[in-house]
Design a protein. Sequence first.
Length: 279
Amino acid sequence: MTADPRLARLSLNQRTTRRWSVAEAVGGCLRAGIPAIGLWREPVAELGAAATARLVADAGLRVSSLCRGGFLTAADDAGRAAALADNRRAIDEAATLGAACLVLVVGGLPPGSRDLAGARRRVADALVELAPYAGERGVRLALEPLHPMYCADRAVLSTLGQALDLAEAFPVEQVGVVVDTFHVWWDPDVWRQIARAGARIASFQVCDFLTPLPADVLLGRGMMGDGHIDFPPLRRAVEAAGYTGDIEVEIFNAEVWATDPDRVLATMTARYVDRVLAD
């Protein structure tokens, strides 16, 4: 279905076109010649996982990922139980969608806590519960390390090395990692860790790192070429490690969200070819 063979591995992460429903995002992918989509649980829930799976399959698209599970750091028993239950539901949804992976953003420190080591232990303990469940359903969990500025509130995994330390305790088909350029580009050890990851790379996501960061640093992601990241070396590194899957563009940015989504996709496909695939 892809008119331009250079787009054969490109995927639209649904959050990049936040205002679009699942059906609208699928239609946008078809118009732009994008063969894969990364879905988010909230818009999928509006349509239903089974209906979404049919819609995507009928359009001939792949589901490159489902975002997101995780938030596994609660310190109390009730919070831990609720998180495990929600993640089992997310695994079931990913299985229904045929998603290549379920992305896990593991969670930050519980309110009032300064026990970073304890939070990380709770993530490891939760994976012991969730990985076999995912394996039984043919779903691969993908641990996503986030930039250190998100350590307190979103992800106590800040480097690819930390994510791999956890993932390697489980079968490779059960637990992998996400390499997201926004989160790893700064890490001087990233090249060694990407090579170490090898078959553990479950998802490769791209967007740029902008400065100055906005007041809400979550929205500091930019279109490729608008920031500081040199994409081709990172792409070549994940490919050298053996990754042949989709390359997903995931952008959180107020200006991008306010732009007509079809224009966003036109810019995205052009920048993908010029900035990510360029050697």
